[in-house]
Design a binder for this molecule. Structure first.
Ligand SMILES: [Zn+2]
Length: 410
């Protein structure tokens, strides 16, 4: 949103600067230059989101006037915005090649070229351009942001941390959050290699930058589980979900698996306590559904029905709740003669659930079925949150395993 407005306002600033530089302040000038009229017309088209008309206006101006820097920059951006990156690259390369360009204008044209290369996916050339600019007195911050995007895309987290540190030195806010996630990425790589020590160090460094970061707690929970410290793993997982309840879809199945590994006979009771806490105190529908299944499988049908009633009392009614209701009803003896119809209901609801998005970015509204730590649309970190009421992540297998292991029925 901010980027859009910034983008729209740039031509206005450029137009006034361009006009002043070209014609100076002439108080006796009664009529506007025709080319300025055309320029302002192009800006108006941009403000009205009429990109094609704006593009036409700026192409016309460039044909009449080959020299004006800002016009070429805007034209290149328009081509880039329309996905015509090759044309944007040609315009910006021609600008950079001009021998008479001031250092500030050359840096600006180079930065535009780097953006073109980023969009085109030519990351090595984008990196070379941004590296050249990163130490210059002009465009250092945009160049470092460009470099950051290159390294994030390439998943070169050590280099991304270096660039993040440099951006911090330029006074940029929110860099700690990004850098903490780079450390978490490195922690997960270490975890995948079985290097718990390195993973733990990285998670600690992430937490040192952003105290009580849910993702770092999740990683520490995973490390504890691999060390066999199951109770610690459960506690860390509960801390993570308490901090960010909308990450529950990542946590509920995991907590159920962890309880399977607990020693002793009361693991179901402990799981019940955890799910009850998540459902009642944090309002997590997914935990309530897991709790209902637990009651049902341990033959506490009244308690299970009460939970189902609460799920169905929600507005909007969660599709996952409706699906649970149908799954339950279809096994009742009274409806056996309608088993085909109930199977059709179940399939229809399951299909609907299967086509729904499960996560949404709180920053840009992007929706997807898989959880990722960096939003693919706005590239912000840790902005995806579970659309809890629409999640049907079956946990039956975990519960079956718990029960089959001989946990006494209450
Ligand atoms: Zn987003």
């Amino acid at each position: 949103m901010i980027n859009d407005w910034f983008w729209l306002l740039l031509p206005i600033a450029a137009a006034s600067g361009w006009w002043l530089a070209r014609y100076g302040v002439q108080e006796d000038c009664k009529e506007q230059e025709p080319s300025l009229d055309r320029y302002l017309e192009g800006v108006r088209y941009l403000l009205d989101d009429r990109t094609d008309d704006a593009l036409h206006a700026f192409i016309e101006m460039v044909e009449v006037d080959h020299e004006t820097f800002e016009t070429h920059v805007i034209l290149g951006r328009l081509f880039r915005r329309r996905g015509e990156v090759d044309r944007a690259i040609r315009i910006h390369q021609n600008l950079v090649a001009r021998p008479t360009l001031s250092p500030a204008h050359r840096a600006q044209a180079l930065c535009e070229l780097g953006e073109d290369f980023l969009i085109a996916g030519v990351l090595d050339r984008a990196e070379a351009v941004f590296r050249e600019l990163a130490d210059s007195p002009h465009q250092a911050v945009p160049a470092l942001k460009g470099l950051r995007q290159v390294y994030e895309t390439q998943r070169e987290w050590e280099r991304a941390i270096e660039v993040g540190d440099r951006l911090k030195a330029h006074g940029l806010a929110h860099e700690d959050q990004r850098i903490a996630h780079y450390h978490c990425e490195l922690a997960q790589i270490a975890l995948a290699k079985g290097d718990w020590q390195a993973a733990g160090d990285r998670a600690e460094r992430a937490q040192a930058m952003v105290p009580r970061l849910s993702r770092a707690l999740l990683i520490q929970s995973e490390i504890a589980a691999r060390r066999g410290a199951i109770r610690e793993a459960i506690t860390l997982g509960r801390d993570a979900v308490a901090l960010t309840p909308q990450l529950a879809p990542l946590l509920v199945p995991r907590l159920e698996c962890l309880h399977q590994q607990l020693p002793g006979d009361n693991r179901l009771a402990q799981l019940e306590e955890v799910l009850d806490d998540l459902a009642r105190n944090l309002g997590i529908t997914m935990a309530r559904i897991a709790l209902m299944r637990l009651y049902r499988r341990t033959q506490r049908l009244d308690a299970a029905l009460a939970e189902l009633g609460m799920i169905l009392a929600q507005r909007p009614v969660p599709t996952s709740g409706l699906l649970e209701a149908v799954r339950w009803m279809k096994i009742l003896p009274a409806v056996q003669q309608y088993s085909t119809e109930f199977a059709a209901f179940e399939k229809a609801l399951a299909d609907q659930l299967g086509s729904q998005h499960l996560y949404q970015c709180v920053n840009c509204g992007y929706q997807g079925r898989a959880h990722v730590w960096q939003c693919p649309s706005c590239r912000r970190w840790d902005t995806l949150r579970g659309l809890d009421f629409d999640i049907d992540q079956s946990t039956e297998a975990a519960e079956e395993a718990l029960i089959q292991e001989g946990t006494p029925k209450p």
